[in-house]
Design a protein around this ligand. Structure first.
Ligand SMILES: NC(=O)c1ccc[n+]([C@@H]2O[C@H](COP(=O)([O-])OP(=O)(O)OC[C@H]3O[C@@H](n4cnc5c(N)ncnc54)[C@H](OP(=O)(O)O)[C@@H]3O)[C@@H](O)[C@H]2O)c1
Length: 189
């Protein structure tokens, strides 16, 4: 099993959301996310899950992290409630950790056994619009771990104001077929 974290953060302050929403809309960023996760197991926190249109992402299995054991998913055949992140320590298949901040922090900062093997770090370069309403959500603690425990294995890919970099955990074996899938998804287009 390979764990891949995928995020897009704002340059400088590591903001990934304002209130429940991502404060930018870049079509190529969504397309990259779709290519990375198509057919895969996606892990999302309840807040992020509820921002997916109709609470779904077609052609993916979604694992919804929530402390609510009675939580009702939108598609019980393809979506699954997970109350304990330790469930993923012995998961058999690859997983794509897709946020939000609580979920990135659970995987990046709480237990070495949960650390993602690969991080797809997308950085939104423009200034954020002024006057956005809502509490900023940032992942600075995850970026600190990224810089301490990971090494960049890709060039910087720039598209539509977003720079994408691929990192792998230092000193560990990385499944090459998964890394190849990640590079293919990023380089396409
Ligand atoms: N830019 C990006 O790449 C990106 C990607 C995804 C999301 N986002 C943004 O991130 C923000 C949402 O982040 P968030 O941190 O507020 O929410 P979140 O991570 O999406 O979801 C939080 C949920 O995780 C559950 N949770 C927390 N700790 C848990 C644990 N130890 N075990 C089980 N479940 C646990 C909580 O459940 P309970 O409610 O039951 O406590 C809570 O509902 C939004 O602004 C969203 O747009 C940005």
């Amino acid at each position: 099993m390979t764990k891949v974290a995928v995020w897009c953060r704002h340059r400088g302050d590591n903001i990934i959301g304002i209130g429940p929403r991502i404060p930018w809309h870049v079509s190529s960023d969504f397309k990259r996310f779709r290519r990375l996760t198509a057919g895969q197991n996606v892990v999302a926190g309840q807040t992020t899950y509820e921002t997916f249109p109709n609470r779904t992402l077609p052609d993916r299995r979604i694992y919804v992290l929530t402390l609510d054991s009675d939580y009702e998913v939108a598609d019980s055949a393809n979506h699954f409630v997970v109350n304990d992140v330790n469930f993923f320590k012995n998961f058999a298949e690859d997983i794509y950790i897709s946020g939000g901040a609580s979920v990135y922090r659970l995987f990046m900062t709480t237990d070495l056994l949960l650390l993602p093997d690969i991080v797809v770090d997308c950085e939104y370069q423009p200034d954020l619009p002024v006057g956005l309403v809502g509490t900023p959500v940032d992942i600075s603690s995850c970026i600190e771990v990224l810089h301490r425990r990971y090494r960049q294995v890709s060039p910087d890919y720039e598209q539509d104001g977003i720079v994408t970099r691929v990192y792998v955990k230092t000193g560990d074996f990385v499944e090459q077929s998964v890394l190849k899938h990640v590079f293919t998804a990023i380089e396409k287009e």
